[in-house]
Design a protein around this ligand. Structure first.
Ligand SMILES: [Zn+2]
Length: 411
């Protein structure tokens, strides 16, 4: 089928790649970029969640923060973003609507993964009534459905050990009946694996198998502290892995056994996570770290190579989000989610394109971005939204955050 173009972009001398995919991210975290350099995961999590609770952002502030994060993703060639979203100070539908509007207005392809939990935490968080979540979930799904088909909805149990088995199985059944995915954190910090083992009397993945939670619809972020049997179970049930090397390094969480997972035939995608846990909303960075990090610890059998990293940053992420029939590669019949890179030092001289994309590119060569065939960035300029207005709005939130941070540092 031929379609008449209403715009022709000359890509002569440029590089065109499939849009990159961030299959695990938290967009609200942008307001805490690079603060809380704490000495343990728990200390960092406590600081971050207290700051978010105290800031108590409004829906308009959520909108501005998420737009800023989406713009950063677009500038780094990321066209599909999973936003694992909740708010410490409490969610309402206006917040879900604001998060979706940020996807819609910036032009990125988005998955709103509603993060839920119903179990108490050691830091004093009280248990929730799972029934309350269930009615909210239906309303949130309806809200997301009002936006265009570029925006999907998913349930995201925060982590299995923070959810009742009943809530986990509700998520599983919801995903089945709505033909969507489930996303969750698994074994990010060593303490998470230990807590789960104490709670269930067995490793976390074995427990998830026992209750019937594991299906090909599930993707798990981090997956660091798993044993061989758990990795085999994830393979058996076709669960997808989302690797977040920058966050894992920044928080000192550990090194995921990615090459072992690839060897066993698991699907692996990449995530930029949150910039308060990691560094930047970029998949170029994750691809590079995926290659470099294993070489610090392991022998060559366990090294990840640039082509494997590139596949994780594109089609691997698309598979994790169950969107590989639409995006993740440039193929007839798929959506035109494309990134154009201009000539730059990263490609001079041009020797090994994929290696140079993965190891030398930092996003600064991104010159054009298309989502669904529509330009969202051309000649380095964001076309969908007034970027300067978003920057101003974020600096206003940042002023409020400065006060919150000072208060927290006094406690
Ligand atoms: Zn996360």
């Amino acid at each position: 089928m031929s379609v008449a173009a209403d715009q022709v972009v000359d890509c002569g001398s440029k590089i065109v790649i499939p849009g990159l995919v961030s299959a695990h991210s938290h967009l609200t975290g942008i307001f805490q970029r690079c603060v809380w350099d704490e000495s343990s995961f728990e200390a960092w999590a406590s600081r971050s969640s207290s700051a978010e609770y105290r800031l108590n952002p409004s829906p308009e502030e959520i909108y501005s923060l998420h737009c800023a994060a989406c713009i950063e993703f677009i500038r780094n060639g990321v066209t599909t973003v999973l936003n694992m979203f909740t708010l410490r100070s409490g969610l309402h539908i206006g917040m879900v609507e604001a998060a979706c509007r940020a996807f819609a207005d910036t032009g990125v392809r988005g998955v709103l993964a509603l993060m839920i939990r119903d179990q108490p935490s050691r830091s004093g968080r009280r248990a929730d009534d799972p029934e309350r979540w269930m009615s909210f979930i239906e309303a949130a799904a309806d809200c997301v459905a009002q936006f265009d088909s570029r925006i999907d909805f998913m349930l995201a149990p925060a982590a299995p050990q923070w959810c009742s088995d009943r809530l986990l199985m509700y998520c599983r059944n919801f995903a089945e009946s709505h033909s969507t995915g489930i996303h969750t954190h698994v074994a990010e910090a060593k303490t998470h694996a230990e807590t789960a083992r104490d709670l269930y009397g067995m490793p976390i993945i074995r427990h998830l198998e026992k209750i019937g939670f594991l299906t090909p619809r599930v993707s798990v972020a981090h997956a660091i502290w798993l044993d061989e049997e758990e990795i085999d179970l994830l393979r058996q049930y076709e669960v997808k892995i989302v690797h977040n090397p920058a966050a894992n390094m920044k928080l000192g969480s550990g090194i995921a056994q990615i090459k072992k997972m690839l060897r066993k035939g698991l699907t692996v995608g990449l995530g930029a996570d949150s910039v308060n846990a990691a560094t930047v909303y970029s998949i170029f960075e994750q691809m590079k770290l995926s290659v470099l990090l294993p070489r610090v610890r392991w022998q060559a059998d366990d090294w990840v190579f640039p082509l494997e990293a590139f596949e994780m940053g594109t089609v691997g992420g698309a598979k994790a989000l169950l969107l590989d029939h639409l995006v993740g590669s440039i193929e007839e019949g798929k959506k035109a989610d494309l990134v154009i890179l201009k000539p730059s030092p990263a490609f001079l001289p041009m020797n090994e394109l994929i290696s140079q994309l993965v190891l030398c590119e930092n996003g600064s060569s991104v010159d054009g971005v298309f989502v669904d065939g529509k330009p969202v960035l051309l000649n380095g300029r964001i076309l969908t939204i007034e970027e300067h207005d978003i920057q101003l709005a974020v600096s206003t939130v940042s002023e409020r955050f400065r006060q919150v941070r000072n208060e927290l540092l006094r406690t």
